[in-house]
Ligand binder design. Structure first.
Ligand code: NAG
Length: 908
């Protein structure tokens, strides 16, 4: 699936505390073409669990109390669809399998519901499948029943017209914003009438604001979700199409009707996805040649999504910079998910004039042919802006600077092809790292960039996956990575009493048998676990019973149940948070515990040898320095500490750590001279902090916000490239930064995203990387029931040469440099280094200079030589190629590490 994550504005997704969820709702599982849930400025209506009944609840929570849900008994059979009038927030139309359409007048508090409908329309010849109120004329309602569309004048209780050109079952209907056109889609897709989607399972239509563009969503022949963009003035073929994935259960919500940057959210069980329509034509109308951008946000939902609805613009909290709110309907909750923009990025453009609540015509006027432009609600937002909301027009906003996407290669890199140079530019707003100030200069945005910025993460072929994993325990504590792996095998805890652990051999990919597989019987739930770096058969498991068990896996993998550990380490008095092997000395392990100590163990004697003190609260994470002399910790008590365990049991240094109490991680960076901490600030934003390891008390030298999400970002730092990969359990995105020791410290690189959240993401040793393919990191991604390898590559042209700038000699960390005794008695050592260069390759630094290097002109040049029409065609076809066939070689795959000027765009 193509996944693209650049967004024009940094949107923050907020899922309010459970208290704000609307409970006690018992949603039904109605199968229909309807939305299952809708909202007006006052009320929410949803399909309840008994046929013919809608649940009604007020949108706002009065006095912060619990909201009462009332039942509207409206039909004698299933309610298939319903819609609130845009002009009367209490007027609800309902359509049913009982063949009638009814219109109800509700009360503002959602209580005291009427016993009978104000108006009854029909009966129709068959069940009513869908309804939509007209967008500009009062009291005009379109209903679809079977193959027929009827347009009703509600007040007169009569039909104005009947559209009968449909050859088969209708699936969707949608009024254009100006109310002049109605789009429909039906099973054989004769809409308007073109072949829409090849598979006729379901389809939906969404108008792109007031334009002539229409987005349709359906299934292709492969039964994959497919999105197509149509120009209704040239309806013979779609402009763009984009296959998504084959999961069903999506719900489509146009997220910002009336905003040129149209968003669509799709709730699947577990995630919300965004689809964005970018802009291609400069200065032109937003939709002239548009590009689809799919970005996948992190997992936000708990239950299965039954439906989703958008709250009307006028009901949003503008003061809080809320730009959209989606209501997710699950079996037992309505979960409001709010999207806000950080204030420093606020711009009136986020709140374009919104459709007002006054109709621009009566039904009779409209029917007589008066397509008046809808009255715009001019005053709702901008003039009311409090002066405390700054409007910045600096480079952090997209309107005034035209850039090539910072991470992108112009036309066709996945994250940027869809925000290509001549359209709305994409400024890197995800990090705010270089400087949080919106005043930062253009240069600092373009600033130094990483040679890994085009890095691409790819899931390897299915043949390498391990599938049919069953009964995994995916709720490991925050200090644990969820699973652990070395170059030969992985360990993952199972859902069962007594802490069972499955061991899976990476050399044996494929489908696991349905029967249960041999496991380690740890005897107590797993708190954390890790493989001995010097012994691929040895797994250390910290238990909730305060003991650490050392298990030995027979060569070739587990054949039968393992009941007896090789050793048990006893000493902690309370349960353990995390454990970590020493990077240099064999048989040395460190552990942290609820008893607020960090203990260091000698596995040969099974004895505790050192016990470090000084913590006053939970120890979130510990990390040995690469030279094995020091140990860093980050704690809930708000401190980052550094120990030299052999010299003192008290911290040698400490400094201020993250304020947030949800969790944190620490890793060493830049030759062991820096510490990188990932944690939360007091507002629960996920942040990165960089410290100089010799001056912790001075606090972090750099801090950057990543995003807002509940799970701790778990860092993996690659010493050879100084690249850090960060992702949380339950996330869909892996952030990638190169860490440098001067400003801006964090250089953002292409991130990797997937369509469904991962339960764990663990990196493998460098030696597993295919250097011929310029693969500089390899990881395993744990999903609900499978494990997939993911590789990170740097696109290079001269791949026949060994890319020695990317692959310096690597540390032979898998052989011990010291014995436990030597380390404990004060010796130090260094690991051997290994050159990764294959014998038959020449380093690229020694490549003859006259090797012709294919270079593409910068996109700006490329675009200026062409006519507008050509440009559009080419951009579109580049995108279609990109979207349609991910296997095709792409222009940017041929790029060498490019010159900076090729990426620096024009100023708009
Ligand atoms: C899953 O593992 C955690 C600890 O890692 C444990 O507390 C929990 O009980 C386990 N759940 C089940 C159902 O085994």
């Amino acid at each position: 699936i193509p996944l693209f994550c650049k967004q024009l504005f940094r949107l923050v997704e907020l899922q309010p505390a459970r208290a704000a969820w609307i409970g006690d709702i018992r949603a039904g599982t109605t199968v229909s073409y309807g939305n299952q849930i809708k909202a007006s400025c006052h009320l929410i209506a949803f399909n309840a669990d008994s046929a013919g009944v809608l649940g009604i609840v007020s949108l706002d929570c009065q006095d912060g109390g619990k909201r009462a849900v009332s039942q509207l008994h409206c039909h004698s059979d299933t309610v298939t669809d319903f819609d609130f009038s845009p002009f009367d927030q209490l007027l609800l139309a309902t359509g049913s399998a009982d063949k009638t359409v009814k219109v109800w007048c509700l009360s503002e508090n959602g209580q005291d519901l009427p016993a009978s409908a104000g108006v009854i329309l029909g009966p129709e010849g068959c069940q009513v499948d869908m309804l939509q109120f007209h967008s500009t004329a009062d009291g005009v309602l379109a209903s679809g029943a079977g193959r027929r569309v009827k347009i009703w004048d509600v007040a007169q209780q009569q039909s104005l017209t009947e559209l009968e050109s449909h050859g088969d079952q209708l699936q969707s209907l949608a009024w254009k914003q100006d109310g002049a056109l109605l789009g429909t889609s039906c099973k054989v897709s004769r809409a308007g009438s073109v072949q829409g989607h090849e598979n006729n399972k379901d389809s939906r239509l969404i108008w792109m604001d007031a334009s002539d563009y229409l987005l349709s969503v359906g299934f292709n022949q492969m039964r994959e979700r497919e999105v197509k963009l149509w120009d209704t003035r040239r309806f013979s073929h779609s402009l763009l199409s984009c296959a998504l994935d084959s999961s069903s259960g999506y719900v489509w919500v146009p997220l910002c009707p009336g905003n040129p940057r149209v968003w669509v959210a799709m709730g699947t069980p577990g995630c919300i996805h965004w689809l964005r329509l970018g802009r291609l034509a400069r200065g032109g109308s937003c939709a002239v040649g548009a590009a689809l951008t799919l970005s996948v946000n992190q997992c936000v939902t708990e239950g299965k999504t039954q439906g989703a609805a958008l709250v009307p613009k006028l009901a949003l909290d503008v003061m809080a910079c809320e730009v959209a709110r989606v209501l997710q309907l699950t079996d037992s909750f309505i979960v409001p998910i709010s999207y806000t923009v950080p204030r420093k990025e606020f711009h009136e453009d986020l709140f374009p004039d919104s459709a007002g609540t006054l109709p621009s015509a009566s039904s009779q006027e409209w029917w007589a042919g008066d397509n008046k432009q809808q009255l715009k609600c001019m005053s709702a937002f901008c003039p009311a802006l409090p002066s405390s909301l700054p409007c910045f027009y600096g480079p952090s906003l997209t309107h005034h600077v035209v850039l090539f996407p910072q991470d992108g290669s112009g036309l066709s890199s996945p994250s940027s092809s869809l925000t290509s140079p001549s359209m709305a530019p994409s400024v890197s707003t995800t990090s705010g790292f270089a400087s949080s100030s919106s005043q930062r200069s253009l240069q600092s945005i373009l600033g130094p960039s990483s040679k890994f910025r085009h890095a691409q993460g790819t899931v390897l072929h299915r043949d390498t996956h391990i599938t049919n994993l069953k009964g995994l325990n995916l709720t490991t504590p925050g200090e644990c990575n969820g699973f652990c792996a070395n170059q030969q095998r992985l360990a993952v805890p199972l859902l069962s009493a007594g802490g069972q652990i499955a061991i899976l051999e990476l050399s044996k990919p494929g489908r696991l048998p349905d029967t249960s597989i041999p496991t380690i019987q740890n005897g107590t739930p797993v708190a954390d676990f890790c493989w001995d770096p010097f012994d691929l058969q040895r797994l250390a498991v910290a238990g909730e019973d305060a003991k650490i068990r050392i298990w030995r896996i027979p060569p070739g993998g587990l054949q039968k149940m393992l009941l007896e550990p090789e050793a048990v380490l006893r000493g902690h008095t309370e349960k353990i948070y995390s454990i970590q092997f020493h990077p240099q000395a064999a048989d040395i392990l460190a552990s942290s515990s609820y008893d607020m100590t960090v203990r260091i163990w000698d596995l040969r004697t099974k004895q505790e040898v050192l016990c470090l003190k000084g913590h006053t609260d939970q120890i979130f994470s510990l990390a040995w320095s690469p030279d094995g002399r020091k140990l860093a910790t980050v704690s809930k008590d708000g401190r980052v500490r550094l120990y030299k365990p052999r010299q003192s049991l008290e911290p040698e240094q400490d400094g201020p750590g993250p304020e947030g109490s949800r969790g944190a991680r620490v890793v060493w960076a830049c030759g062991g001279h820096y510490l990188l901490v990932s944690g939360f600030d007091s507002r629960s934003e996920r942040q990165l902090y960089l410290y100089k390891a010799d001056s912790l008390s001075a606090g972090p030298i750099a801090v950057g916000t990543v995003d807002v999400s509940p799970s701790t970002l778990i860092p993996f730092y690659d010493e050879d490239t100084s690249v850090v990969f960060l992702t949380g359990k339950g996330d869909t995105r892996v952030f990638v930064y190169e860490i440098v020791t001067e400003a801006p410290f964090f250089l953002e690189c292409n991130s990797f995203s997937s369509s469904d959240p991962h339960k764990g993401f663990v990196f493998l040793p460098k030696t597993t990387c295919n250097v011929r393919e310029v693969e500089f990191a390899r990881a395993l991604r744990l999903r609900q029931s499978s494990v997939e390898p993911v590789v990170f590559k740097v696109p290079r042209v001269k791949k026949e040469f060994f890319q020695d700038d990317i692959f310096p000699p690597t540390t032979v960390w898998w052989e011990p440099a010291l014995t436990a005794t030597a380390w404990l008695t004060g010796s130090n050592a260094q690991h051997q280094m290994l050159n990764l260069q294959p014998k038959d390759m020449t380093p690229v630094s020694e490549a003859p200079k006259d090797v012709p290097v294919r270079k593409y002109a910068p996109s700006s040049v490329y675009l200026e030589e062409k006519s507008d029409e050509q440009k559009k065609e080419e951009l579109l076809s580049a995108m279609v190629a990109k979207l349609g066939n991910r296997e095709d070689p792409l222009p940017q795959d041929s790029f060498e590490g490019v010159d900076e000027d090729e990426w620096v765009g024009r100023h708009g």
